[in-house]
Design a protein around this ligand. Structure first.
Ligand code: ATP
Ligand code: MG
Length: 578
């Protein structure tokens, strides 16, 4: 009999990060034959862009390795890590699922840590029987006081040597609901002098007389994350359990929990935990607790407020899933914590929308221009391309031109400095796609404010023409007054006015919330074609930025509402430099 020919080791995946290196090594060495990852959100809030990094990594790995190992069973689970009944809600579960799908991923199985409550309980009894766990009746404060610190070893709990029988009896009665919250906890019996504080007889179960959104009132004891997580991974056959760096010290306990499981060898795989650097971004906050504070304190309109870095907020702001995935790809996966510049995220959305968003004309702060020598009733339909020359797309619309138009207030100055190339008394400008106009006069109100500008147009030059020898330096955008669509435009900016929030007490960051992060403009004038825009449509308003018709507030038959997704250039950096 000839020995079976071993399957060739799969070719290494494209050069990647340390996680991919680990997986490639594991596959090559035969430590695993497939890759199973999971994304484990706690359903106690909405996902933010930091979670997107973890989603792109976990789901992305499954997609990549499934391509390489099609029949292997490679997959990624979505698992709700719902071990804390007090803060969790199905509302958040729905939001999280929507966000993962919107980002372009799908799970190969939807699980809950609470699916395993019975199993987890069974394993806990096993730990007690094996002398590896005990019921401790110290209060929370006493447990803390016994724990010691990095320099001082902890002290054993006086309950540490309870007999197996007494422990089992107490634990079963904890489950039955005979005790109040906090009266007892179940702790692992490891080592109170361990250099790793996480290993100093950590808590495994606590009493919480609180209904759970999945299991109702079935349980009044709930497992701790550090106990539930590794076992959930093992049950699901996770091969690579990827989390963020702050869990580095928890890894020892992760391994302890699995290695001390009854029959752990029978689990489909022996999962291992790997830590990568969490995403942090300047000018915003990426912590559910702080986001919740903003939402509950009504500093923003909700979890999907476009100022927030939540996936729901970014979506409503107008970010595309492609831009967020591209951002996560450029940020990469590493072991070193660092703060990423918000400008990098903004670059990714500009880069994506440059190819996707048709160019249109919109006047945000209108100033009327009357063209004296233009016939009252005449309308010219001007051809205007939706795309610049460097975007390989075709399509155009007609924009109407007539005697009265709107231009941007900023495009006119009564007393301009020397290098001002826009409209001013006596000066000539080109209207985008249109005529050359020269300012002859202004109309003022009683207070002396300019309420309209009177111009003439050059009757000899056809719209859009560029006659030789004529030097007209400025081109400005405009909208026909008679055909304009009135709109509300919301100008969004960065959430925080400072690069990093104070590290002190939690709510201190509220002091640096950027009060100008939202400016609402009404009475904006959009070109006629935008009357047909539907919620979710994205455009570049020429010279202004990228905008989206708001998903919630843009309704047929009502004044359209547009959100500014991002400016065209990095105006923030410039204004900061000043
Ligand atoms: P927060 O710190 O915002 O409260 P969390 O870590 O408590 O978030 P979870 O719901 O537990 O939120 O997170 C689910 C997964 O997303 C975890 O694996 C976690 O490590 C990962 N994750 C959370 N925040 C980030 C981040 N900023 N960068 C990368 N991954 C993150
Ligand atoms: Mg968490």
């Amino acid at each position: 009999m000839t020995a079976p020919v071993p399957a060739p080791a799969p070719a290494p995946a494209k050069a990647g990060d340390f996680i991919r290196d680990i997986i490639n090594d594991d596959l090559q060495a035969g430590r695993c034959t497939k890759v199973i990852t999971r994304f484990p959100p706690e359903p106690n809030g909405f996902l933010h862009i930091g979670h997107a990094k973890s989603i792109c990594l976990n789901f992305g790995l499954a997609l990549e390795y499934r391509e390489r190992l099609p029949e292997s069973g490679t997959r990624c689970h979505l698992r709700f890590d719902d071990t804390d009944p007090a803060k969790e809600d199905t509302l958040f579960e729905d939001g999280i699922q929507e966000d993962v799908r919107w980002l372009g991923f799908d799970w190969d199985g939807l699980y809950h840590a609470s699916d395993y409550f019975e199993k987890l309980y069974e394993y806990a009894e096993h730990l007690i029987t094996a002398g590896k766990a005990f019921v401790c009746s110290l209060s929370d404060a006493e447990i803390k006081a016994h724990r010691g610190d990095v320099k001082t070893p902890g002290k054993n709990s006086p309950y540490r040597d309870r007999s197996v029988e007494e422990n089992l009896d107490l634990f079963r009665r904890m489950r039955k609901g005979e005790f109040k919250d906090g009266e007892h906890v179940l702790r692992a019996k490891i080592d109170m002098a361990n250099a790793n504080m996480k290993m100093r007889d950590p808590m495994l179960y606590r009493i919480r007389h609180t209904a759970h959104h999945m299991t109702g009132s079935t349980w009044c004891i709930y497992p701790m994350y550090d106990y539930a997580h590794p076992i959930s991974d093992a049950i699901e056959g996770i091969t690579h359990s990827i989390c963020t760096l702050e869990f580095e010290n928890n890894r020892e306990l992760y391994d302890w929990a699995i290695d001390n499981l009854i029959d752990y060898a029978k689990f489909p795989s022996r999962p291992h935990q790997y830590e990568f650097a969490r995403l942090s971004l300047n000018y915003t906050v990426l912590s559910k607790r702080r986001l919740q504070e903003l939402v509950e304190g009504k500093h923003v309109s909700g979890w999907d407020d476009p100022r927030l870095p939540t996936i729901a907020g970014l979506r409503r702001r107008g970010y595309t899933p492609e831009s967020i995935r591209a951002f996560c790809a450029t940020v990469g996966v590493s072991k070193a914590n660092s703060t990423v510049d918000m400008a990098q995220l903004e670059f990714c959305i500009r880069d994506d929308l440059n190819q996707k968003a048709p160019r249109v004309l919109a006047v945000l702060k209108p100033l009327k221009v009357i063209i004296e020598n233009y016939p009252d009733d005449k309308v010219e339909e001007l051809d205007a391309s939706y795309w610049p020359h460097d975007v390989p797309k075709e399509g155009s619309r007609q924009i109407p031109f007539c005697k009265e138009i709107y231009i941007e207030q900023d495009d006119f100055m009564l007393e301009p400095p020397k290098d001002y190339f826009r409209l001013a008394p006596g000066k000539e400008v080109r209207l985008r796609y249109g005529h050359l106009i020269t300012c002859k006069d202004v109309i003022k109100d009683d207070a002396g404010n300019v309420t309209a500008v009177v111009c003439t147009y050059d009757t000899e030059v056809k719209p859009g023409d560029n006659p030789v020898g004529r030097k007209v330096k400025g081109t400005i955008h405009w909208v026909s007054a008679r055909h304009a669509v009135d709109a509300e435009v919301r100008l969004y900016d960065r959430l925080l006015s400072e690069e990093s929030p104070p590290t002190g007490k939690d709510s201190e960051f509220l002091n640096v919330v950027n009060q100008d992060a939202l400016k609402v403009l009404t009475g904006c004038k959009l070109e006629r074609s935008l009357g047909e825009a539907k919620a979710g449509d994205r455009f570049q308003f020429e010279r202004q930025g990228y905008f989206i018709a708001d998903e919630k507030d843009c309704k047929p038959g009502q004044t359209p509402v547009f959100n500014r997704i991002v400016t065209l250039k990095d105006s923030w950096a410039r204004s900061q430099k000043k």
